[in-house]
Design a protein around this ligand. Sequence first.
Ligand code: SF4
Length: 471
Amino acid sequence: MSTDTPQSGTNADTDADTDDDAAVERRSHEPLVRVRNLQKYFWENDSLLDRLLGNDRVAVRAVDGVSFDIYEGETLGLVGESGCGKSTTGETLLRLQEPTDGRVEFEGQNVYDLAGEALTEFRTDAQVVFQDPFSSLDPRMTIGDIVQQPLDIHDVGTEDERRERVRDLLERVGLSVDQLDRYPHEFSGGQRQRIGIARALALEPDFLVLDEPTSALDVSVQAQVLNLLDDLQDEFDLTYLLISHDLSVIRHVCDRVAVMYLGEIVEIGPVADLFEVPKHPYTKALLESVPRASTDERERDRETLTGDVPSPRDPPSGCRFRTRCPAVIPPEDLEIEQETYRELMDLRQRIEGEDISLESVGEDGQFALEDGPVPEADVPAFVAALKERLLDRDLPSPHDEIVEEALAELATSDWDAAAERLRAEYESVCERAHPDLRTDEQSAPEQHRPVACHLYGESPPNAVDPSSWRE
Ligand code: SF4
């Protein structure tokens, strides 16, 4: 950023130059897209019949309060496991779906307030390239007509001018104008994605949402399409939101990346920094789950992701990652190894979900609770059999005794008492308090970046303005 200050008495040309520089400087720091607390819920049990039957509406929280900025000319990546809300975020900010709450500004205007010509202009300026080139192209249309369709809908130019634009676009994306009258099935996957890109560019947009643009393609073709997108970004001054579950794609293409988990952003920052020093335990686990080429790297300690992503119908309390987090925080005064604590939390979660079969416990199904409670004299053997089945490691005292007390409650199928015994000892701050995104100021200044995790910073959370997230 220039620190030059205009001097008094400078001539008009210098003033104009300074104004231009200031405008460029201002533009490059103004977000093109500003997303604030965006929510998109889908509702279940929402029919008239459900209402008549008195069924409660259930919210599926696909996107639950995300905030970020996208700056002109940059590529922001949105990464996370399948089902984390990435695509819904992209569709909602393009207004292909209406939000439940929140605000999206495009060039300073709230897109959810737009109507008439202003909405048409937004739909021209902001386009999408879909994941699946096989299903996103109408098989009955020639590729010339497919690419021309947005120009026809928006009534751009004369028929000849539109055809000329289509020819130009096909050449820009590496296809031949001789192929204008062919149909999508005559093209390879990579070529079809090039057609989809040409269609998205037809109206000369400023902003593209690229929704898994290469995930349906062979590895050899993926690089070609990514390089094409890179070239087109320079050529047409485009700004991208790239949605991908593939970290290698994000690393190759993006300037910054936002990591999503279960409808929320858990970390955001420059790609190079985030890959070098990931902070959020989910980001670390995602990076660790990428296959490694070198033996050294393969042998390094890895925090792998285990367990399934919980349902967005009933997300965990507090931190949504706490049911899988290898770093979940034990109570302050508890002396326990981290892996042991994780195992105890897993056991507690299974008890809370009644996710342990008690139909046949012990050798040859010695204890079968469907026949009634385990006789008191047999409870120690029942508990020993359960421990053997459920735990991977021997527990030190007093955890061994606490677990035995909890498992003994299962001898009478009292799941609540068993869960309560473990909760009383092992409840974590991670389940009591939701960690907001806040800048981690404990690390070196060059590694300051917003992270949603209780491991960083003091409570209560000190949420930050997303405008300050660009480093
Ligand atoms: S808040 Fe707790 S559970 Fe969530 S990521 Fe941080 S340490 Fe893990």
